[in-house]
Design a protein around this ligand. Structure first.
Ligand SMILES: [Zn+2]
Length: 260
C-alpha cells in the first residue's frame, strides 16, 4: 500500500471531467460506506459483527456442500439493503452519465446502488444479488421480482435456501464467489483502454483482478479514496485521500451538478 503522492484540487478534477471525451469510473466499497453498507472486510464489517467467515460465505465449495451457510448471510445482507439509499457519489455519477459525460461505471460492489441511483451502463465485476441461477438446470431468474426469493429470504424457517421454481435445484445468486471468474473483465478492460479519464472512487485497489484495471488506462487517472491505495504513482495519476461524497460534492458544484 502506498500513500497518495500527487493530490488534485476539486477544480482541477472538474476541469478534467468537462474536457474529457470519454470518462469511465471504477468504484469499490468506499463509495457505499456512507450509505450504511459496511465494508465487508473493515474492522466493523458485516463479516466481523455478525461473525460470518468470508472465506466460507463466498466460497463456491462451501456453497456446494451447504448453501444454507451462504443464505444465512444473504438474508441479513438483503434485509440491510432494503433500508439503504444511494450516496451523493452514486447520484452524481448517474447524473454525469445522463448528461453524456460518463461512458460507464465499473464496480466491485454487489449492492446495486449504482442502478438505484439511475446509472444505466454498469459493469458488475463481482455480480449482484439481483439475479440468480439454478445450479441444476442453469435457468436464470430475476431474483428481486420473484415471490420465491421473498419467501426464501424473509419468511422461510432456517436455513433459508432458495430453490428453483422449475426443477427444485438450489439457486445461487449471481454474486461472484471465491474460485469463480469475475464478470465482464474483458469488457471493463476495453472500456478503460479507450477512455481518456479514469476516476477510481472508493477503492484501495487491493482486490484482484479489479486492482489491475487502472494499468489499462491510457489517459489521466484520478483515485479518490479515504486511506492508502495500491497503485504506483506515475505521470498522469492523481491521488485524493478524502471522503468521496465530500470531494465529489465540490466537483459537482463546480460543474453545476450539485442539486441534491
Ligand atoms: Zn432449475
Amino acid at each position: 500500500m502506498r500513500s497518495p503522492a500527487v493530490s488534485l484540487k476539486a477544480a482541477h478534477c472538474a476541469d478534467l471531467i468537462s474536457r474529457s471525451d470519454s470518462t469511465v469510473v471504477l468504484t469499490g466499497a468506499g463509495i457505499s460506506t456512507s450509505a450504511g453498507i459496511p465494508d465487508f472486510r473493515g474492522p466493523r464489517g458485516l463479516y466481523v459483527t455478525r461473525r460470518y467467515d468470508p472465506e466460507r460465505v463466498f466460497d463456491i465449495r462451501w456453497f456446494q456442500r451447504d448453501p444454507g451457510f451462504f443464505y444465512e448471510f444473504a438474508r441479513d445482507f438483503i434485509s440491510m439493503m432494503m433500508t439503504v439509499r444511494p450516496t451523493f457519489s452514486h447520484l452524481f455519477l448517474a447524473r454525469l452519465e445522463a448528461a453524456g459525460k460518463l461512458d460507464a461505471v465499473i464496480t466491485q460492489n454487489i449492492d446495486m446502488l449504482h442502478q438505484s441511483a439511475g446509472s444505466r451502463n454498469v459493469v458488475e465485476l463481482h455480480g449482484s444479488y439481483g439475479t440468480a441461477t439454478c445450479r441444476d438446470c442453469g435457468r436464470g431468474f430475476d431474483a428481486l421480482t420473484n415471490a420465491w426469493w421473498d419467501e426464501a429470504m424473509l419468511r422461510s424457517p432456517r436455513p433459508p435456501v432458495a430453490f428453483c421454481p422449475a426443477c427444485g435445484g438450489v439457486l445461487k445468486p449471481d454474486i461472484v464467489f471465491f474460485g469463480e471468474t469475475v464478470n465482464g473483465y474483458d469488457r471493463a478492460e476495453r472500456i478503460i483502454a479507450r477512455s481518456d479519464l479514469l476516476l477510481v472512487i472508493g477503492s484501495s485497489l487491493t482486490v484482484t483482478p479489479a486492482s489491475l484495471l487502472p494499468r489499462e488506462a491510457g489517459g489521466t487517472t484520478v483515485v479518490v479514496n479515504r486511506g492508502p491505495v495500491s497503485l504506483e504513482p506515475s505521470a498522469g495519476r492523481y491521488f485524493v485521500d478524502h471522503d468521496t461524497d465530500e470531494y465529489l460534492r465540490d466537483v459537482a458544484g463546480l460543474l453545476g451538478m450539485a442539486d441534491r
